[in-house]
Structure formats: structure tokens, C-alpha cells
Write a protein that binds this ligand. Sequence first.
Ligand SMILES: Cc1ncc(COP(=O)(O)O)c(C=O)c1O
Length: 445
Amino acid sequence: MTTSPTHLPLAESERAVELAAYDRDSDVIAGVEQLRFFPLAVCGGRDSRLIAASGRELIDFSASWTASGTGHAHPDVVAAVSDAIADQAGASVLSSATSASTQLAEQLLDLVPTRGDDRRAYLGLAGTDANDVAVRAMRHATGRHRILSFTGSYHGGLGLSQQVSGIGIEPGTDAPEATLLPYPTTETKLTDVLTRVAVELARGDVAGILVEAVQCDGGVLVPPNGFISGLREACDEHGALLVLDEVKAGLGRTGVRFAYEQDNVLPDVVTLGKALGGGLPVSAVVADVSLLGEPVASALLTAAGNPVSCAAASAAIQVLTNETTLANVAARGAEFRELVAGYRASDRIGASHLAQCRGRGLLHGLELVDRDGNPDDTLAAMAIYRAWELGCVLYVVRGNVLECTPPLTISAADLHLGTERILQAIDDAVAGLVPPEALEAFSGW
Ligand SMILES: Cc1ncc(COP(=O)(O)O)c(C=O)c1O
């Protein structure tokens, strides 16, 4: 692919083509599945670049909310999918073994550290069904109903997984199926939260805790060391289960295979998704057979364990967790932090609006604030809109946090180019280059 100039202005002819493609989508795609921030219309992609309908190359700092962790069209995934679809062993694991689903489950059991002497892998389609299965497993195994989860958590977009998430769809409807606790970001808050956890668990009705080791959609929050191990101890004391949602932060994203490894604990259950499929819809739950064995035939999705998707996932796992990729995540992540730190220390117009850069590996959040230091959701919306115009794709979490999650395989050149475009976009948004009416059609979260 060609390297574009750093700040590629969006030509009016390109804008017209992209808007036309976007408008076709608006006429036919259901609003219930739209989470839109700017008129992105894509027709292809390779590595860490998306090709817009006009032919423009956009550096992808979202990786489709991390689902393209391998980068787009990774050659190993393409080869695995091509082979599997050319000799397709059906489309489901429900009523037959397939070599691809068996192999993927074996790989997952080797890779994912959890408790259990005799473990199994559930294979699914999305993080949402993986977390649904995990919540039901917690309840079934313990005979208890209550689930503890955290404010700002996101575990899925439908059903039970949505109902145990701290991010509600409508205000006041947060987590009807869970008790929410604050997610700790300082040592003091950690002590308070662990005290609260102990109080809740002592009531004896809690099946388990569902938690992210780095909270992603809640604003990319990194908890102090000792959080996950504190939850582990509390669960053990009260016979509750610990489920780690690694759908977004897992599989190399934070620079280690699993984000919870930072605390050196073994969860009872781990859920995976997004990057697992190498761009295809695949999810998984790993746990002991006592949690995933029963009730038999109680979590059925026809295309689960699809051999083509499983082949993609087997290839993706190799890409995401090999030493070269993990080293790339560490190196590119350090470069990203350095570029952002340089910007914050500069006298550029947006520098004082970038209040914080948090995260690990290639999972970072840039917190934008107004002149008085208050969260500035409008500035964040304008900044990502402008980034799209300049040739970089990224989205917002928790209103004012730009989530930066490029593919784990991103090159140094694209990491630099994409970061520069984002920082320029913040400058341009502060300078008033994005007219407020440009945002009117986009409701975001
Ligand atoms: C931590 C976490 N868990 C679960 C999910 C749900 O995954 P999916 O959208 O693939 O169903 C998400 C999606 O953003 C997530 O970030």
C-alpha cells in the first residue's frame, strides 16, 4: 500500500462518493445495530488500513472495536479460511464433531489459564453469547442467582450479557441482572471496592463476579495491581466464581496473552471473542467441565463452531499470541505513549485538552476535557470526526475518551502516521474546524 501524506485533506469529490455509499447503508441497515460517529463507508482493507468507498486509505485505530486484531485480511487467516470453505465440514458443531472445532478447542485449552482439572471450551459467535453462557454457568453451578459486575462495564449488546453490563442502553436501566460496584482506579478506591465486595459476598446469594482486567468501554480504566487477585481471594472465601471477560483486552491486546495475567490469578471462567475470529465472528468460554458440561443442549446457536470460523480462529490465535506480535504490541504501544506525551508537553492548540492517556500495550484511551478540565464529549465527537477526514478511524468510549486500539500487527510507520492524524484532529477540533452540524446525524452510544 502507498503511504499517504501525514494529513491528507478529504477532497470534496471523495467526500461525495463516501457520503453516497453511506447514505445507501442508512436506507437499508437497521438503526438498532448502528453505533455511528461519522460517515465511514468502507469497501476493503489490508493490514492496518481500511479502504474507503472513494479509494482513500484510512489508518484503522479501532480495528473494528478490536475484532480485527490480526489486521485486515491477514494472509494466514485468508489461507485458513480459503482452505476451510473449499472443503466445508458442514456449518455447525451442534450435532457433529468437526476437525476444525476440535482443533480450536484443543488450542484454547492449551492457551487459556483457568482453574479446573478437566476443562472444556464453548465455541460461540460473539462476546455477547460467551458472557451469557458464563453467567448462566455461574448460576447453574452455584445454585445462586446474584451476579456482581462493575459500573462502566460492557459485557454484551443483547439479553443477559447486556443486563449484567454497567453501560445501560437507557438511563436508569443499567444492569437489572447484576449488582454494580465501582471499578477501582486508585489504591484507595481499591480498598473501598474490595470491602464492598466482601460485604456483598457475605450475604451468601452471589453466584460470582464478572469483571474486565482492564475496563475498556468504561473509558479504558487500568485498575491498581491487586484488584483481580483481591476478587479471587474474596470469591474463594465465599464459594463464589470469578469470571474474567477478556473479549476485548485478551489475546495480546495489552502486551501479554491475557490482561488478567498481570495479577497472576487463575479465574474459574474466561470469555473470549472479537480478535479471536481473525475478523470472523467467533467467541469462546473456557472453564471446568463442572461449569460448562451441563445442562446438556442448553446453549445452542446453529452456526456455533462453524468450521470456517474455527479455522480462522486457529490461525488468528497463532498470529495474536506469538512472540513477534507481543513484541510489536509492546514496542508500538511505547511509541504511541511517547508521541502522545510529546504532544501533551507541546504548545499545540489541543495539548491542554488531552488530560490523560491511559492503557497498556495497544489498548489506550485519550481523555479529552474542556478549558475548565471537565469531560468534553462534543470535543471528542468532533476529534474523531476530524480524524476520519484526515484519514484515521477511531471511536469514542464513555463520551469523552478516544479509544485507540489499532491491529496488534500495525507497522511502526502506520502507528506514527495514525497517531499524528489523531493529534492533528484534536488540534483541528479545538480550532473549530468541525462544524457542529456535521455531527447531527450521528448519535454514537
Ligand atoms: C469487554 C467486552 N465484553 C463483551 C463484549 C461483547 O462482544 P460482542 O459485541 O462481540 O458481542 C464487548 C464488546 O464491546 C466487550 O468490549
